[in-house]
Design a protein. Structure first.
Length: 66
């Protein structure tokens, strides 16, 4: 298992993967495409997680009567 640190805006998120492919066998253009699309997918997952977290925290706040 290997750790990859993602630099997303001001936060450094960590991602763990089982194994890395042999980069010498993959053309650089394809690596760039895969890396870019993977980064976008990870950003979307993080955004969704943060959105769910905010919803959960807001639902736990005590409601004040009117």
């Amino acid at each position: 298992m290997k750790e990859i640190i993602l630099d997303i805006k001001d936060n450094e998120k960590k991602c763990y993967i089982d194994d890395l492919p042999l980069l010498e066998l993959i053309p650089k253009e394809q690596i760039d495409i895969v890396a870019t699309s993977l980064a976008r997918e990870i950003i979307e997952i993080i955004k969704a997680k943060e959105k769910r977290r905010q919803y959960y925290l807001n639902s736990k706040k005590p409601k004040t009567p009117p």
